[in-house]
Design a protein around this ligand. Structure first.
Ligand code: ZN
Length: 90
């Protein structure tokens, strides 16, 4: 059985909705997927931008964009590895 096909079945089962849609640049230098369409990382994209499921993006070997997923990372752990933003300096 085709692995990708099984993956689609899995997505149907979990009921993927708008929350798991991500933006992916089709360019050859694209390495990450984006949470928002107007992300500054995506502005550099010179080709089409496709909207796909986050699971498919991961399947393609893409990682989270450092710009639009930064807030998520702060919430999880290793704050020390992040470059301090103006918001942190008081
Ligand atoms: Zn981004």
């Amino acid at each position: 059985m085709d692995r990708v096909f099984l993956f689609y079945i899995f997505l149907l089962v979990i009921g993927c909705n708008a929350d798991c849609r991500v933006y992916l640049c089709n360019g050859p230098s694209s390495v990450a997927y984006h949470k928002v369409r107007d992300c500054k990382g995506l502005r550099r994209c010179t080709t089409d931008v496709e909207v796909i499921d986050i699971a498919i993006a991961k399947e393609k070997g893409k990682r989270e964009c450092g710009y639009c997923y930064q807030d998520n990372r702060v919430g999880k752990s290793n704050k020390a590895s992040l470059i301090p933003t103006k918001r942190d300096i008081k």
